[in-house]
Design a protein around this ligand. Structure first.
Ligand SMILES: Nc1nc2c(ncn2[C@@H]2O[C@H](COP(=O)(O)OP(=O)(O)OP(=O)(O)O)[C@@H](O)[C@H]2O)c(=O)[nH]1
Ligand SMILES: [Mg+2]
Length: 446
């Protein structure tokens, strides 16, 4: 934290502008040594200043320099941002100059780490910054932004406060044992409060599955016997001829992938080799891969052929897939019907968009996507945070289970554990190694 750090904060490559960011107590001294233009000692904070970067007498670039004075900055330290012309050469040259004048190259996420260590943001907000940068869809971006604003932090903080009050209550009762039936009173107060905390935590945890769909997208596998039209469906969804389509059964031999967005969600399609008994070595491997795709999918679309009777293989395939992720699609509805249509079958064809529209509707219904968007968009998606919240829940449940059978100071241990786990989520309680791991996933310059 004593060092002044610097990094290129924009993506490396050719672009109109690059930003070299410097943070720390020497930031202003360093820029004054390499910048010619305004008198930076006299400019106000949060100003952008036109000028030039020089390496001794050699002109390096024409720039705009942002001066951001502590403590109202991202890191709460003095920050300088040099807006230079883009391109690898100019940007690297300026970075080298800044390094020569005493800054050190920032580690990944180190600016955000400082924002955390200096108390400007908590860990849920820091992690949300990374989520925002990596957001793959509009919804993922919205969730990340809400968490940067502090929605998740506020929820966890409120829970932690409630638990803190319970701890205080217990302490008072332990410290003043002269009152009779103290434990009875304490339990009567504790039980409903602990139930409330438990319910709140469960609510957040229930929504984490939705968060995964928002952040990682929805994995959809197209499965079925050969020639039912799986690749045609993929192509129709993606609006491009991604997979080869022919009338020859066994055309697709390896997995073909492609993505599109539906109402802000990313749909990641996996078109698979038609499943059948085969002696062809290559096709056999493809069929094995198809079966694996079923496991990793959030949704499996079993594609049947409207113009053929249901076969034993079709039935086996349908039964292989858990109901909660199975959509049965009867393709080729333009051809004469030979298949017995059941209630839960979706029908369509790839000659026009009927099939695709029906499938989109089915996907939305299966995962209740409309409902996800109606929620307040405060989702916990980070595995570290989810894991800690589950631990907090375990502790609360343990306290509840033992409430009437154990002494109050034993119950207090469980409650304190829950309090600590929630503190680890926000970073009020942390270990240095944790921070190293957490911020190493960030980009350099953030
Ligand atoms: N009439 C009609 N033909 C279709 C429809 N969808 C696909 N086909 C045709 O059915 C044949 C097989 O289509 P594919 O999309 O290659 O089928 P697939 O399930 O990927 O086949 P494999 O890769 O061999 O497993 C092609 O000749 C398509 O043009 C449809 O809705 N109606
Ligand atoms: Mg195919």
């Amino acid at each position: 934290m004593e060092d002044t750090i610097c990094a290129i904060s924009t993506a490396k490559g050719v672009g109109a502008i690059s930003i070299i960011r410097i943070s720390g107590k020497d930031a202003f001294n360093i820029i004054k040594k390499i910048y010619k233009g305004k008198d930076l000692d006299k400019v106000l904070s949060n100003t952008i200043n036109y000028g030039y970067i020089y390496d001794k007498d050699e002109l390096i670039d024409e720039v705009l320099v942002s001066i951001l004075k502590a403590p109202k900055t991202y890191t709460m330290e003095d920050i300088v941002e040099i807006n230079s012309h883009g391109g690898i050469n100019t940007t690297n040259r300026i970075l080298e100059l800044v390094l020569e004048h005493g800054a050190r190259l920032a580690e990944p996420g180190e600016f955000t780490k400082r924002a955390f260590l200096n108390g400007r943001i908590d860990l849920t907000k820091a992690e949300a910054v990374n989520d925002l940068i990596n957001a793959k869809s509009n919804l993922a971006r919205r969730v990340a932004l809400n968490n940067i604003k502090g929605d998740l932090y506020n929820k966890i903080k409120a829970l932690r406060n409630d638990i803190g009050k319970l701890m205080a209550n217990i302490e008072v009762n332990i410290d003043y044992p002269e009152y009779e039936d103290i434990e009875v009173i304490t339990n009567e107060v504790l039980k409903p409060e602990l139930d409330k905390v438990k319910e709140e935590i469960n609510k957040i945890l229930k929504n984490t599955k939705n968060a995964k769909l928002i952040n990682n997208g929805i994995n959809i596998a197209l499965i079925g016997r050969p020639n039912t039209g799986k690749s045609s469906i993929l192509n129709k969804f993606l609006d491009e001829e991604k997979a080869i389509v022919t009338e020859i059964p066994g055309t697709t031999r390896d997995i073909v992938e492609g993505s599109m967005t539906l109402d802000g969600f990313e749909l990641n399609f996996i078109d698979t080799a038609g499943i059948r008994e085969t002696s062809d070595v290559v096709e056999k491997i493809g069929v094995e891969k198809s079966k694996k795709a079923i496991d990793s999918a959030d949704i499996v679309i079993v594609v049947l052929n409207n113009s053929e009777k249901l076969t034993k293989e079709d039935e086996e395939l349908i039964n292989l897939i858990p109901e909660n992720k199975r959509i049965i699609f009867v393709n080729k509805s333009d051809l004469p019907n030979k298949l017995e249509i059941k209630d839960n079958y979706i029908i369509g064809n790839t000659v026009n968009y009927d099939g695709i529209d029906n499938l989109k509707k089915a996907i939305k219904e299966k995962l209740n996507l409309d409902n996800i968007m109606l929620n307040d968009m405060t989702y916990m998606s980070n595995i570290r945070e989810i894991d800690l919240l589950k631990k907090a829940l375990d502790s609360i449940e343990s306290a509840l289970n033992n409430l009437y059978s154990m002494p109050i100071d034993m119950i207090e241990i469980d409650i304190t554990n829950a309090w600590n786990y929630l503190g680890e989520i926000t970073g009020e309680v942390y270990q240095d190694e944790l921070l190293d791991i957490l911020f190493s996933n960030f980009c350099v310059g953030k």
